[in-house]
Design a protein. Structure first.
Length: 342
């Protein structure tokens, strides 16, 4: 460590080139052994299905430099499983889970100098990317795929860490159709929400909240992360919806909340009926971890969903609990960390 000079404590969530990424190719019905590649560019066929027909998906994971100096990746097997499920829905050749984990470990080890030092609050963000690279002009699955794992050192997604943000519901826009692709991590879900996302930002809201597309009654999720709330009577509630991404961070926080003895409810959440019952609300995901949302505006009406400044006590406790496991400061009783020799 120490060969790379970066402003580790102020990284933000920006892409920086690192030493290398990994590339594995699926051709003639099988995955190759993969290789590390220094250039951050890939030659792609102009008729690749990933470019034309959105046959691509990705994941987000983090690796940490721990208190004891070792390195670990958080819940990487869950992301391996989720990418396999996404691949199946998109008719993409799935990456075997062992290959997925091996690739992540390989790239992290090769970029050990880019893992933010312990104590800076940063992590090495891992972005696995699976794309149809076979040429195909009719709409059909490709015969060739490329699996890439890139890494980049990151800090907080939203500047200011656990500072609250304001959210907005834009009822003129939906994220995911009821029987569509909201539950998988395909790039199209993000591309399709960019327009509303930029509009929300111009209006002064860093995040937009989506309601169920069919009735605009129930809460689905934020543009890039799951919705969770702590009710005024201390329950952890999060939407049970077939159109939200199964967030690994949300799963983690739900387990920690249960470990703390809290009641955890995964169920439909009626926006209008329940929004005033919430003491704390957060967006959660690998990139943002926990971002407190202290108000949600819908149809010009601002609803208070958390303390005006800072973070509510329950979210704060959950955030520190997950970080303590990630940085090796607390016992990993659930076996969530995968160690990397580097
Ligand atoms: C993540 O939380 O890792 C994501 O993939 C969300 C976003 C940055 C696209």
């Amino acid at each position: 460590m120490g060969k790379i000079e970066l402003d580790w404590a102020n990284l933000g969530f920006a892409y920086r080139d690192t030493a290398c990424h990994a590339e594995y190719v699926f051709r003639d019905g099988k995955w190759d052994e993969g290789k590390l590649v220094e250039s951050p560019y890939i030659p792609v066929h102009i008729a690749a299905t990933g470019l034309h027909y959105g046959q691509e998906c990705f994941e987000g994971i983090k690796a940490f430099r721990r208190k004891d100096g070792r390195c670990s990746i958080f819940r990487v097997w869950e992301n391996a499983k989720r990418m396999a499920a996404t691949a199946e829905r998109l008719c993409i050749a799935p990456v075997p889970e062992e290959t997925f984990v091996e690739a992540c470990k390989r790239v992290v080890a090769a970029n050990a100098d880019y893992i933010p030092p312990y104590g800076t609050g940063g992590s090495l963000y891992i972005r696995p990317l699976l794309i149809g690279t076979g040429a195909q002009i009719g709409v059909a699955p490709a015969k060739e795929y490329t699996f890439i794992v890139l890494v980049t050192p990151v800090g907080a997604y939203y500047k200011g860490g656990l500072q609250p943000v304001k959210a907005i519901v834009l009822d003129d826009y939906d994220r995911a159709a009821p029987l569509g692709t909201g539950h998988i991590k395909c790039g199209g879900n993000y591309g399709g929400s960019l327009y509303a996302h930029e509009m929300a930002k111009r209006m002064g809201y860093p995040v937009e909240l989506y309601l169920d597309a069919k009735t605009h009654t129930f809460i689905d999720e934020f543009a890039t992360s799951n919705f969770l709330a702590i009710t005024k009577d201390g329950k952890y509630v999060t939407p049970d919806s077939t159109t939200v991404l199964p967030s690994v961070t949300n799963m983690t926080l739900m387990q920690l909340a249960k470990d703390f003895g809290m009641t955890v409810e995964r169920r439909p959440i009626d926006f209008e009926k329940e929004i005033d019952d919430f003491a704390e609300v957060a967006a959660c995901g690998t990139a943002v971890v926990v971002t407190p949302v202290n108000s949600i505006t819908r149809a010009g009406k601002e609803r208070v969903t958390g303390p005006a400044t800072g973070c509510g006590p329950v979210l704060e406790k959950l955030f520190h609990a997950v970080q303590a496991i990630q940085y090796g400061e607390a016992e990993d009783v659930h076996g969530w960390n995968e160690f990397v020799d580097c």
